[in-house]
Write a protein that binds this ligand. Structure first.
Ligand code: UD1
Length: 345
C-alpha cells in the first residue's frame, strides 16, 4: 500500500466510483467525500466487492469548508485531490443557475484554499469538452478555441479552469491537471458499479439501456437532419474505466513531480466520432437486444459534432482509450441487468 492518500470528492458518483476502484487497485489509500445528492452509499459496497477494500467515506458537502477542514485534520496523509464533486445537468443549470455556480465554484475554491495549509501536492479537475462548444474543426486539440458557454453548467467548467489557472499563476505551492472529458459511457466489467442517474435519464446511454429494458417506452433520437453522414449528432464516447485510469496517471504525475509544468490540460477521448444511430447499432450488435427508438426533433442547445484529438494525452501521459465500443456497450447492458436483478431499476 502506498502512503500518499488521495481525496476523491464526488467519489460515490459515476466517474468517481470507477476512479476509486482504479486508485485502490494501484495501491492508493482513498478517502471519499460526497453529499450523496446524486449517488447512493451502496456504491461503497460495489467498490468493496471489486477491490476487497472499503474506501473511507465522509458524508458531507464540499461547499461546507468546516467539514473539509475537519476531513483534512482527520486525514493528514492526503497528498492529492481528484475533484469530481459537481452538479452536471445542463437543463437543470438553466433553471437553477445559482445552485450550479455555488455548488461547482465554492467546492473548487474551498479545496484550493485548503491545499497549501494541508501540504497537498496536486489537484485533478474534471472539466469537459463542453468548453469547445460547437467546434469549427474536428477533432479538437487542447489549443482549439474555447467558445462562450451556452449554459451555467458549461460556464462553471470554464470559470473553474480560469480559477485554477489564476491560483497557480499567483504562486500556489501545488500543481493541477485539468482533464477535459468527452462522453463517458459504460460500466465496470464486474457490473458492480455503473451509472445510476436520479429520475428520467438525460444522457444517451442510461436512457438507451432503460429503453432496451422496457423501463422507458422508446429512446428519442434528437434529430436526423444534422450535417453528419447519417444525420444524427456525433460524439466521442469513452469507456468510463479507461477514463478512470487516466486519473491515476494524472495524480501520480503530480505526486511524483514528473512534469515541470504546474498546470496541464488534457483531452480524454478516443479520437473516434460516433453518431447516435451508430451507437444504437453498436449496442444492438454487441448485446443482441433491440433498442426501441424513434427520430424526434433536435434538442435545444445540442452540439452537432465534436470528437477529440487525444494525442497529447497519448504522448505525454502514456494513456490511451483502449476499450472497444461493443465491449463498452456490453458493460452498460450488464450493469442495467444487474440493477434489474437487484430490483433497483
Ligand atoms: C451533455 C452536455 C455536456 C455535459 C454532459 C454531461 C449538452 C449540449 N451537453 O453532453 O455539456 O458535459 O452532457 O453529462 O447538453 N441523445 C438522444 N436521445 C436522448 C439523449 C441524448 O438522441 O435521449 C443524443 C444527444 O442529442 C447527443 C448524444 O445523444 O447527440 C449524447 O447526449 P448526452 O449523453 O446528453 O451528452 P452530450 O449532449 O454530449
Amino acid at each position: 500500500m502506498k502512503t500518499e492518500r488521495i481525496l476523491v470528492t464526488g467519489g460515490t458518483g459515476y466517474i468517481g466510483s470507477h476512479t476509486v476502484v482504479e486508485l485502490q487497485q494501484a495501491g492508493y489509500p482513498v478517502v471519499i467525500i460526497d453529499n450523496l445528492s446524486n449517488s447512493d452509499s451502496a456504491v461503497l459496497d460495489g467498490i468493496e466487492r471489486i477491490t476487497g477494500i472499503r474506501p473511507d467515506f465522509v458524508e458531507a458537502d464540499c461547499t461546507d469548508i468546516e467539514a473539509l477542514k475537519a476531513l483534512f485534520a482527520k486525514y493528514p496523509d492526503i497528498k492529492g485531490i481528484i475533484n469530481f464533486a459537481a452538479s452536471k445537468a445542463v437543463g437543470e443549470s438553466m433553471e437553477k443557475p445559482i445552485l450550479y455556480y455555488r455548488n461547482n465554484l465554492n467546492t473548487l475554491m474551498n479545496l484550493l484554499e485548503l491545499m497549501a495549509p494541508n501540504h497537498v501536492k496536486g489537484i485533478v479537475f474534471s472539466s469537459s469538452c463542453t468548453v469547445y462548444g460547437e467546434p469549427d474543426v474536428n477533432p479538437v486539440t487542447e489549443q482549439s478555441p474555447i467558445k462562450k458557454a451556452t449554459s451555467p453548467y458549461g460556464n462553471t467548467k470554464q470559470i473553474s479552469e480560469e480559477i485554477i489557472t489564476d491560483v497557480i499563476n499567483a504562486g500556489a505551492p501545488f500543481k493541477s491537471i485539468i482533464l477535459r472529458y468527452f462522453n463517458p459511457v459504460g460500466a465496470h466489467p464486474s457490473a458492480e458499479i455503473g451509472e445510476l442517474p436520479n429520475g428520467v435519464p438525460q444522457n444517451l446511454i442510461p436512457y438507451l439501456t432503460q429503453a432496451a429494458m422496457g423501463i422507458r417506452k422508446e429512446l428519442s433520437v434528437f434529430g436526423n437532419d444534422y450535417n453528419t453522414p447519417d444525420g444524427s449528432c456525433i460524439r466521442d464516447y469513452i469507456n468510463v474505466v479507461d477514463l478512470a485510469k487516466a486519473h491515476v496517471i494524472a495524480v501520480e504525475r503530480m505526486l511524483q513531480d514528473k512534469s515541470e509544468d504546474k498546470i496541464e490540460i488534457f483531452n480524454l477521448g478516443t479520437g473516434n466520432g460516433v453518431s447516435v444511430l451508430e451507437l444504437i447499432n453498436a449496442f444492438e450488435h454487441a448485446t443482441g437486444v433491440k433498442v426501441p427508438h424513434k427520430i424526434v426533433g433536435r434538442r435545444a442547445g445540442d452540439i452537432e459534432k465534436v470528437w477529440a484529438n487525444p494525442e497529447h494525452a497519448n504522448n505525454v501521459l502514456g494513456w490511451k482509450a483502449e476499450s472497444d465500443i461493443e465491449d463498452t456497450m456490453r458493460s452498460a447492458w450488464a450493469w442495467q441487468c444487474r440493477l434489474r436483478e437487484r430490483g433497483i431499476m
